[in-house]
Design a protein around this ligand. Structure first.
Ligand code: TRP
Length: 501
């Protein structure tokens, strides 16, 4: 292994390209599909507040840690972790953090592209005007019909996987950098247009109130934990995607006046997290006004994006145009995310001697094959369940609720407790010592505690008998519960996290 830290995969053209790529990874189905429906299902503003708190207190510190490990390691997550373990004189099993990430990426990719395929289909539904003036039953029927259509779902999955692997196969600079340089500005323009439209809508005030009128009584233990979990899914942390992107981040940039300037990880990550949060909030402020203006229910669940919203587009003036723009936006967001999920395993194979196109094709084919199980979970295999979950449900649960928190926890522990402090400080290149100390406290103590809590909750949820499952509607907890992230939840919440009943 070479000793100098020059990444073989390439280096982003500038700090801004890293920001675009990382924001491209972070902004995805999590922001536009999951965040609004989770907000709806968890009582609106109470969930939004918790989510913001988690982003700042758990998500950002771990994201900083992950980027730092990546830039220090300079390779795919597996080999970066191996190198860092050796540098710090600890067991090389720490490379397992990278391997776990590559594996979670592989699993996550296999079903992310299935949902990506739905979004492609919805672009078609909007462009073709198939849903114009459709009734609620018809819109619901279109969604059910799509899911029941094996060939359609498989076709979408195949197309989305091919789009993803095409970009990853073209390489970091010629593929990923080029894609995010085009798709991210497009995404922001579309978002601005749709937001402008939402601003003029009748439902805007209701939506703002719904999202920001914080009512502590609506906060439940379950929604706090959902917020922690979602905060690192949405920031793409815990799987090595951001670590891989960090490996391609320049250490120094030359300013216009010709000076060399170190690239600080802290401020860069803050920019990414801010963009991600902004997009989630704006997505909410695009979706909820449409929902409220049409007298629809916000707590629809996963169908919010694919049923509720198309129903609104079916009714409103220029709905075909705005519906198309909206789903193009979702496709761009999901595409730049799936690219980042695929990068760690592909980069690993490249380091093993594969050419990039071959590595991308191989990972793509394998993940595509596994994804067939998820695609069929909505139709022919829908009756086959294990622990009450379909194949898709299991994959989703295993990666998002178990593998990501474990990955995030290990990353925090390595960065906070194992890596030599001098190395960490040098790599971070933070200007303010005070902020550095805040980060260190968060990554050593607060973030691991919060993650262990999420993890315990996930396990409890998995093992609890079906009847005990957390209700979609939050249980109202009368007591103020602000500092809950550190201790098990008590009171009339269904059950304390991590304490099986
Ligand atoms: N953050 C993306 C979203 O919000 C999903 C994603 C991309 C992701 N890369 C990831 C999640 C890495 C976890 C880990 O949709």
């Amino acid at each position: 292994m070479a000793n100098e830290n020059k990444p073989i995969h390439g280096v982003w053209g500038s700090r801004w390209v890293f920001i675009l790529a990382a924001a491209g990874s972070a902004v995805g189905l999590g922001n536009i599909w999951k965040f609004p429906y989770m907000t709806g299902a968890n009582g609106g503003a109470a969930f939004v507040m918790m989510y913001l708190l988690c982003i700042v207190a758990v998500g950002v510190p771990i994201m900083v840690a992950e980027v730092m490990l990546g830039r220090r390691g300079g390779m795919s997550p597996v080999n970066s972790m191996l190198r860092l373990a050796r540098d710090n004189g600890v067991n090389s099993r720490w490379a397992g953090v990278g391997a776990l990430g590559a594996l979670s990426g592989f699993l996550l990719l296999s079903f992310y592209t299935v949902i990506g395929g739905w979004t492609l289909f919805y672009v078609w539904e909007m462009v073709s005007g198939a849903l114009v003036h459709a009734s609620a039953t018809e819109v619901q029927g279109a969604f059910d019909g799509m899911m029941a259509n094996v060939w359609l779902v498989l076709g979408g999955h195949t197309a989305f996987m091919a789009m993803t692997m095409f970009v990853v196969g073209c390489g970091v600079i010629h593929g990923i950098e080029r894609a995010v340089r085009i798709l991210m500005p497009l995404l922001f323009v579309l978002l601005a247009v749709l937001f402008g439209y939402a601003l003029t809508s009748d439902g805007f005030d209701d939506a703002v109130r719904y999202m920001f009128a914080f009512d502590i009584a609506k906060l439940s233990g379950a929604s706090v934990l959902a917020a922690v979990g979602h905060s690192f899914f949405t920031l793409s942390i815990g799987l090595g995607a951001i670590m891989a992107y960090g490996a391609y981040m320049p250490r120094e940039v030359v300013t216009r006046s010709g000076q060399r300037k170190p690239v600080s990880i802290g401020s860069t990550v803050l920019a990414v997290a801010a963009l991600d949060t902004l997009v989630a909030l704006v997505a909410g402020m695009i979706i909820f006004p449409i929902v409220f203006a049409n007298g629809l229910a916000p707590g629809e669940g996963p169908g919010l994006l694919f049923v509720t919203l198309p129903l609104a587009f079916a009714e409103m003036p220029l709905g075909m145009l705005f519906g198309t723009l909206f789903f193009v936006l979702v496709v761009c967001a999901a595409w730049t995310s799936s690219i980042s999920i695929a990068e760690p395993p592909v980069a690993w194979l490249v380091e093993k001697g594969f050419s990039r196109p071959k590595a991308a094709i191989l990972i793509g084919l394998l993940a595509w094959t596994l994804g067939i199980g998820s695609a069929l979970s909505f139709n022919v295999l829908s009756d086959y369940t294990l622990f009450g979950k379909t194949f898709f449900g299991l994959m989703d649960f295993l990666t998002i609720n178990i593998m990501l928190p474990v990955g995030g926890l290990l990353i925090a522990i390595f960065a906070g407790w194992i890596m030599k402090e001098t190395q960490a400080r040098k790599e971070l290149a933070m200007k303010s010592f005070g902020l550095y100390m805040v980060w260190r406290a968060m990554v050593r103590v607060f973030a691991p505690l919060a993650l262990m809590l999420v993890f315990a909750f996930s396990l409890w949820q998995a093992l609890a008998p079906a009847g005990d499952a957390v209700p979609a509607e939050p249980v109202v907890d009368e007591a103020p519960v602000a500092p809950q992230a550190e201790r098990p939840v008590e009171g009339d919440v269904p059950a304390a996290a991590g304490v099986p009943e």
